[in-house]
Design a protein around this ligand. Structure first.
Ligand code: UFG
Length: 342
């Protein structure tokens, strides 16, 4: 299939681009490179630099590349930033999704896979969280994604779009070959922050040790980024005509912050300095997915279910790329930067 991937230079987008191409799809990427990295994009893809809010660029891509399906990753993803700058989140995550949907309707593109988040659920009232759990997001980030979900459902109904909305829990890890991985600025996620602390011989701070959990720290459900990328390929290939489906994706197993630190220490082989700090605003105590539906509907299975493997792959990336994509450069990817279409 000819597929447009927005945000294909980002962490999850770039892993998905690679999986799509390895599965035989032809991929065009739109990314404004505000957070993503051209060097993360598989050299077999065509990269256009620009925003999903740019209707002319969207038209050009959808028509000229004869796009048959869109996977939409481009978004802002920081919960705390969304509280400080909600307009940016509603514009990029909601309004730009509307622009994209409008362009798809005009171009007659009927297949859509959307990156959503566990943040649409808000504070869980029960765990594990399944797709019927109430959606009461507590941040502009979560609300902007929920609004986009609502718009997608309406476009499915009105225009015969087929869509799958994937709600991610905690994503981590890196390509097992170590050539692409997580490179966020700033980095807020637990595993890369622990691994950077290990690499730079600094301390890691735990945000809250007084939660109602067995060891007092928050519990999260980690899924390997390659397994998540694979879920997108399955979602695309198994789209049901005219349907709009919502699927959680997680591992169904929770790890506390302390357990994740221990797993990282075992992989890295050093003991870390740990600071027990205050709670971070907006962190629910436990977020664990029920992923029964994605297993049944898509036949999805994690290839890398072990937290140790997730951390090993992440460590391979972080230890060989101390400056992320600005540092060590994969020669095949470097050659690709000349193919950038702007
Ligand atoms: N944490 C620390 N120290 C750190 C970083 C994180 O203790 O230096 C803790 C957090 O407080 C939290 C846990 O580690 O308890 C995981 O934090 P992350 O930032 O890695 O991930 P979140 O669970 O906050 O974020 C995930 C997704 C978001 C989504 C959110 C929904 O990455 O996109 O869940 O709540 F919005």
């Amino acid at each position: 299939m000819k597929v447009l991937v927005t945000g294909g230079a980002g962490y999850i987008g770039s892993h998905t681009v690679r999986e799509l191409i390895n599965s035989g799809h032809r991929v065009t990427v739109i990314d404004d490179l505000s957070k993503g990295h051209a060097l993360a994009v598989d050299p077999r893809a065509t990269l256009f630099r620009g925003s999903t809010g740019d209707s002319a660029l969207l038209r050009r891509c959808l028509d000229a590349e004869q796009i048959e399906a869109v996977l939409h990753f481009a978004a802002n993803i920081e919960v705390s930033e969304s509280v400080l700058d909600p307009v940016r989140y509603y514009r990029n995550n909601f309004a730009n999704t509307l622009s994209l949907l409008g362009a798809m309707v005009s171009a007659g593109v009927k297949r859509f896979v959307f990156s959503s988040t566990a943040a649409v659920y808000g504070n869980p009232v029960e765990t594990p969280i399944d797709e019927l759990h109430p959606s009461q997001p507590i941040s502009p980030y979560g609300r902007s994604k929920m609004m986009a979900e609502l718009a997608i459902k309406d476009v499915c109904h009105a225009h015969g779009l087929s869509a799958t909305i994937l709600r991610y829990f905690n994503v981590a890890g890196a390509g097992p070959d170590g050539s692409i991985g997580e490179d966020h600025h700033p980095e807020s996620h637990l595993i890369p922050r622990i691994l950077r602390a290990a690499r730079d011989v600094t301390d890691i701070q735990i945000f809250g040790t007084d939660y109602d959990t067995p060891d007092g720290t928050c519990i999260r459900d980690y899924v390997h980024v390659v397994d998540l990328a694979h879920a997108h390929v399955l979602a695309l290939e198994k789209l049901k005509e005219g349907s709009c489906q919502v699927l959680n994706i997680g591992s169904e197993t929770g790890f506390s912050v302390r357990e994740v630190i221990t797993a990282c220490e075992q992989v890295v082989g050093t003991k870390l300095g740990v600071i027990e700090g205050h709670r971070r605003d907006g962190d629910p105590a436990i977020l664990v997915a029920s992923s029964r539906r994605i297993r049944e509907d898509l036949g999805w299975r994690a290839r890398y279910p072990e937290i140790r493997t997730i951390v090993q792959h992440a460590w391979h990336w972080h230890s060989t790329h101390p400056l992320g994509f600005r540092g060590k450069i994969n020669p095949s990817v470097e050659a690709h930067s000349s193919t950038l279409e702007i």
